[in-house]
Design a binder for this molecule. Structure first.
Ligand SMILES: Cc1cc2nc3c(=O)[nH]c(=O)nc-3n(C[C@H](O)[C@H](O)[C@H](O)COP(=O)(O)OP(=O)(O)OC[C@H]3O[C@@H](n4cnc5c(N)ncnc54)[C@H](O)[C@@H]3O)c2cc1C
Length: 260
């Protein structure tokens, strides 16, 4: 394992991080380079790929090592309606992988390896930190319970109902894109193809129809519960529990029961 451990890297600076990574990859020559499809990973991966003239598949939802040693990358295409299977011819093959797309392996204490500390190249990139925002209390992508509101809500104030249900279950609130576009809730709550891919143990869709773009973000959830007045919606087709009815009647009853 190679480690860069230096105070100068404490604040993310894409140019400084790129420079150090490109020089290490040039020396080590790995077959595959993987980044998390996070804010920093997405800023870094294309810069490193360009410097190395390597192919990069971004935002993968799965990666699979093939028998011939090549890496198969899977990522949503055409707004999540298709899954593209990609192979990169260049070496290294570079990918960025969406949060929670891959399961962490069990810790294996028997495995041993060398930790090699690398010297950090210091460069003046001109980036200055003017201030820092507060960290989000709970990330929707990492939550075990997500209660997601859809356009079944009649007005922004009704989010209070969804928030109460989420808090009774110890979960976080999600939303479909139209509610985010209308400014009812911030973008970091958006679930789906162009929002967060969630993988909770329990997902509850409240007045959510289940568009392909939304389903692309919830497919790997453990138990899926859908509450909708229309029995023909797509979300019911993948739901483990389908509750047909008016959310304004059902959700308050659920909150009451959970409180008891
Ligand atoms: C490029 C692109 C990217 C996109 N990315 C995303 C994304 O990341 N995430 C996302 O969610 N969408 C995304 N969309 C939008 C997506 O196509 C759908 O428009 C959206 O998911 C629909 O949201 P909805 O289910 O809340 O609304 P609707 O489809 O309007 O569904 C509302 C549902 O509420 C039900 N309902 C109404 N009243 C009640 C009631 N009283 N009780 C119970 N049920 C009720 C209705 O029966 C209906 O099924 C994207 C679109 C594009 C083009």
């Amino acid at each position: 394992m190679y480690v860069f451990d230096d105070d100068s890297l404490a604040t993310f600076d894409s140019l400084v991080h790129k420079l150090n990574l490109v020089s290490l990859l040039g020396e080590v020559k790995p077959a595959v380079v993987m980044f998390g499809a996070t804010f920093t990973g997405k800023a870094l991966a294309p810069r490193v790929a360009t410097a190395l003239e390597a192919g990069l598949t971004s935002n993968c939802t799965a990666v699979e090592l093939q028998k011939d040693g090549s890496l198969l990358q899977v990522r949503p295409a055409f707004t999540g309606n298709f899954l593209a299977h990609v192979k990169i011819r260049t070496v290294p093959a570079m990918v960025s992988v969406r949060y929670r797309a891959l399961e962490a392996r069990e810790k294996d204490e028997s495995r041993k390896g060398d930790v090699i500390k690398k010297e950090v190249h210091k460069v003046e990139s001109g980036v200055k930190v003017l201030g820092k925002g507060a960290a989000k209390a709970a990330s929707i992508a990492g939550a075990d319970v997500v209660v997601c509101a859809g356009r079944g809500l009649k007005k922004a104030e009704d989010f209070a109902l969804v928030e109460q249900l989420a808090s009774a279950l110890g979960g976080v609130v999600g939303a479909t894109r139209p509610l985010v576009d209308d400014g009812w809730i911030s973008k970091d709550h958006q679930v789906g193809f162009s929002g967060a891919i969630v993988k909770p143990k329990l997902y509850i869709g409240v007045g959510v129809s289940g568009s392909p773009q939304h389903l692309a973000g919830i497919r790997d959830s453990g138990t899926i519960v859908a509450i909708n007045s229309d029995p023909s919606v797509a979300l019911f087709r993948i739901a483990d529990y389908a509750v047909v009815g008016d959310l304004y009647e059902i959700v308050p009853q659920m909150i009451d029961l959970l409180k008891k």
